[in-house]
Design a protein around this ligand. Structure first.
Ligand code: PAF
Length: 299
């Protein structure tokens, strides 16, 4: 496995890798962008890339522009050695580890803003967050030029923002969205779980419990978004260390609120558990019968 921090060197290595090996040539490139502190969720993305693509590239870059001034950029876990070991075990071909000055040279002032979607859910709670995400992913796409890029469904709002960006900026990249990976007790895998004390971790389980309760209610025929929101709220309010940031029943593409979930919906939650902000979500599939768009709220 090659570890490369210079974009030009990466491009040269990828030119070789695309052209090497047997037919079919050029070989397909799968890309898994990460901020490191890798866990089983990242492993599943890399495995999906390995299964589908000839060449697998992962990036590790803690992107400063997606953190707000009072967020955890400086204490975000940096575990490069263990991360590279995991990537090597999963037969990744190249790891890209650029420095911040390389991604953002002094005076850099060009950003990608996905208006509307980028200001909803986490974009509303964390102003500027998705501008940072879209900018760095656009830059990484230009540098790596992947055929496929792999993202986790756990970051559902990020998925909506990046899909729209890729479509509207004509990136020739197939976006592959992989299911959320959970601990056996239901907690969604996150690099930030390591901030939690044992008691906070116990209370953090209320996020997945709340989603499961609402999902079960929907499975039994409840279609009203406000009823599902109430179920989630009731589950979360039992835990004193949990402070809800948002609870949402939205269209998974536009992130606009829905009144009725018959046509499918994203149930999403963000909450502080102690001082750690966690997110989680489930996708409700469209229900049979009259699953039109009448439940969509006009914005
Ligand atoms: O999902 C993440 O880890 C980050 O937001 C990403 C996509 C690597 C951009 O920094």
């Amino acid at each position: 496995m090659q570890i490369i921090s210079d974009p030009l060197e990466l491009r040269a290595a990828l030119r070789m890798l695309r052209a090497s090996g047997g037919p079919p040539l050029p070989r397909s490139v799968g890309f898994v962008p990460t901020m490191g502190a890798l866990h089983a969720g990242h492993r599943s993305l890399v495995q999906a890339a390995r299964q589908r693509c000839d060449v697998v590239v992962a990036s590790i870059f803690v992107n400063p522009t997606q953190f707000g001034p009072n967020e955890d950029f400086s204490r975000y876990p940096r575990t490069l050695e263990q991360d590279c070991q995991m990537l090597e075990d999963e037969r990744v071909d190249v790891v890209f580890t650029p420095a911040a000055e390389v991604m953002y040279p002094p005076g850099a002032s060009t950003f990608v803003d996905v208006e509307g979607v980028g200001e909803r859910l986490d974009g509303a709670s964390r102003p500027g967050h998705f501008r940072g995400v879209a900018t760095v992913v656009a830059k990484l796409f230009h540098i790596v030029q992947p055929d496929f890029a792999f993202f986790g469904q756990k970051d559902a709002a990020q998925v909506a923002v990046l899909r729209k960006m890729a479509r509207e900026l004509d990136f020739p990249v197939d976006m592959v969205i992989c299911s959320t990976v959970r601990e056996p007790d239901g907690l969604a895998m996150s690099s930030r779980n390591r901030y939690l004390s044992a008691e906070e971790r116990r209370q953090a389980l209320s996020l997945s419990r709340a989603l499961l309760a609402a999902q079960t209610q929907a499975d039994h025929g409840e279609q009203s978004a406000s009823a599902l929101l109430e179920t989630m709220r009731a589950t979360l309010q039992d835990e004193p260390a949990v402070r809800v940031d948002y609870l949402a029943v939205v269209d998974p593409d536009t992130l606009l609120p829905l009144e009725n979930v018959a046509a499918g919906a994203l149930l999403a939650v963000a909450a502080y558990v102690g001082s750690t902000r966690l997110i989680d979500n489930v996708l409700l599939p469209p229900r049979g019968g009259n699953a039109g768009v009448s439940g969509k709220k006009k914005s």
